[in-house]
Every structure is written in structure tokens, then in C-alpha cells.
Design a protein around this ligand. Sequence first.
Ligand code: NAD
Ligand code: DAU
Length: 359
Amino acid sequence: MNNKPILITGGAGFIGSNFVLQWVQAGGSIVNLDLYTYAGNLENLLALKGNPEHELVHGDICDGSLVAELLREYRPSAILHFAAESHVDRSIASPDEFIRTNVQGTFTLLKQARHYWSSLTGEEKEAFRFLHVSTDEVYGTLEPDAPPFSETTPYAPNNLYAASKAASDHLVRAYFHTYKLPTLTTNCSNNYGPFQLPEKLIPLMILNALEEKPLPVYGDGGNIRDWLFVEDHCSAIAQVLAKGRIGETYNIGGNNERSNLQIVRMICGLVDELAPSKTIGDRSNLIRFVPDRPGHDRRYAMDASKIMREIGWRPSLTLETGLRKTVEWYLEHTEWLEHVRTGAYRDWIHRNYEERAAR
Ligand code: NAD
Ligand code: DAU
């Protein structure tokens, strides 16, 4: 790690804030550009208040002049691009913002990154990287017995979020091939852990189980995801930044395929153990099957052998340990939870669940 800052986008979100905390703790310096959308939460970064190694900038990645100004002022050694609209259900309800941020925003960053990189010389130019954080959803869905996605699996995005991320990946690829911009792309499976907004499966189920509310499982609950603890994703990104070959993509995953029903049952078991209920003996009794997500991908699974072989990255936690840590974190952070459940959050929960049956 050198002493020049890196510029990160979306560092007030779930994965971005975990990355910022890890990076600064390891002695790094960060400029953090975030729009503070409903998904950005400055409380995730409270531990860094007043820390000179973390500079927060409130702004939009679609604002080319702002991005250019930040690059001129801070001269970062890398851009790490996390910012995105990230929730599939929201992309189905209203896709416009996904195209703006994920496609237009990535294009704006690439354009400004190229301009900045062209102005560098010598070692500074040699060392510069643009690292794009992407997802396994770009590969589409897997049959039950198909091998996991590898870096050569053809793209086949099935929902608006996945399509917008696929478009952004293609833009990154084209900037490398056409202009030789030194890019790296990571495609990761489902993350879970501290600071995840309870609109996503795992924190939503923890919260509802704690409050003894229904646990809404889409369809038959047989959809499979490959889960990775967020800090392991962050360490993978840091290692790809340090050792990745430019122009390459790296798949990241925890080799933890589970059906949604299995995950929800694991959560129920943990919540029953850590916060026993006087009224409901077994939280699994709260599971309710609700109408499915349109176009719901059946199975994701990542083959992470390339990053393991080339970079030497390994996940540090099993799913069982990571999930236990996560449930404990939500039990200890009631104030954080209280604050994220603002009017905007409540509106979304109403829209996605109470209006669901009527659609
Ligand atoms: P998130 O929704 O929790 O956070 C997104 C952050 O980006 C927020 O802080 C938000 O304020 C910011 N942002 C949104 N639009 C912006 C804009 N126009 N300008 C500046 N900032 C903006 O997302 P996350 O779950 O932390 O995901 C981060 C990245 O990782 C995304 O690119 C996502 O596609 C990718 N990813 C997520 C997962 C997962 O399981 N969550 C898995 C693989 C890849
Ligand atoms: O695979 C990586 C992707 O994982 C990331 O790129 C996305 O940003 C991230 O949001 C996540 O997408 P998913 O759609 O897989 O995550 P989500 O937590 O929304 O849903 C996980 C699974 O659980 C999915 O099969 C849908 C199901 N689900 C979700 C919710 C919110 C339910 O059954 N009930 C629910 O209430």
C-alpha cells in the first residue's frame, strides 16, 4: 500500500463502507465519493469521524466535472468503483435510476479516468488502476447440475439490475481494449454482513425474525445463491488491486451455495438461540411463501479458482461462522437499525410486500 489516496465511489453503502473501514484500518488513505442515496449511510463510517485518511465527498458519479476536479486535486493511485443502484426488486419496480447510475455513471468515471491517466507519466502512470466492482448476476442463471460461472461464461443478464451491470462491465472492457486504460473487474456472488440495509434477504430476515414478523420467501424458496461474508469480498478486492493482471476479470465467491429456504432456516435457528422468544418457540413458524420476483434467477454459483490460483485469495469465514457474526452484529446495533428504518425505507417495504399480492 503506497501513501497516495485511492478514490472510491459508493463508500457509504454496504460493501463500500466495509471496504473503507478495512482499507483505512490497514493504513491506507481514501477519498470517498458518494451521493448518499437511500442506500448510502454515513453512520456506517462513524468510526472514521475526524480521521484525516478518510475524505468524504458528497456528489454524483454522473457529474463529470466533479470527478475531474477530484482527480486533479487528490491525484489518486486508483479508482475503485462500487457506486451503483444494487437492489434487484427496485430495478424491477423502477429501472431508470439503474441505467443512469450503473451505465451512465460508469461511463462518466471511465471517461474522466482515461483523461486523468493520460496526464500521468512514469511510475504514477504505470501504477494507476481502475477497478470495477461487479456481480455474478451478469452471467444469468444456472441449471441445477451446471458447473458454476467462470470468467469465460457468456453474459446473459436477466433482470434490469443485471443488465445495467453487464453494460457497465462491457464499457470497462472496451476502455481497456480500445484505450489501454489499466482496468480490473471483479464479479462477486451474494454478500452478507454488517451494515447491509434490511431490504436484502439476510438482514430483512434477521430483523423480521427478531420482531416476530412474517418472513416473506419468494416463490418456493428453492432459488440458490452463493454467499460470501462482506469482509472477505473486500479483502479479495484489495488483493486484486495489488496483484491483478490489467484487463482481466476475477470471479469471487465463497463456495457456499444454499437455497433461500435453507438460509432463512439458519437465521431462524440463530435468532432463536441468541434472542429467545417467549411467545414463538421456533421462528421458522414465521416463514410465509409470497408471490415470486418476476424473472427470478434460479441459481447462482461462482467458480473462484482463478483468483485463488493467480492472486492467492481465500475466504476466511465459513457461512456458519459469518452468519453467526452477522446476527450478533444486528443484535448489537439496534440504534443503527432504528435509524435506517426511516420513512423512505418503510415506503419501500410497503410497496414490495404489502402491494405484492395485488400485482
Ligand atoms: P449499496 O446499494 O449498499 O450501496 C451503493 C452506494 O452507492 C450507496 O452508498 C449510494 O449512496 C451510492 N451511490 C448510488 N448512486 C450513486 C451515484 N450516482 N453517485 C455516487 N454514489 C452513488 O450497494 P452494495 O451492496 O454495497 O454494492 C456495491 C457494489 O458491489 C455495487 O456495484 C454492486 O453491484 C456490487 N455487488 C454487490 C453485491 C451484494 O451482494 N450486495 C454482490 C456483488 C457485487
Ligand atoms: O448475486 C449478487 C447480487 O446479490 C448483487 O449483485 C446484488 O446487488 C445483491 O442485491 C444480491 O442480489 P439478490 O437479488 O440475489 O439479493 P436479495 O437479497 O435481494 O435476494 C436474495 C434471494 O432471496 C433472491 O433469490 C430473492 C430472495 N428473497 C429476497 C427478499 C428481499 C426472498 O425470498 N424474499 C425477500 O424478501
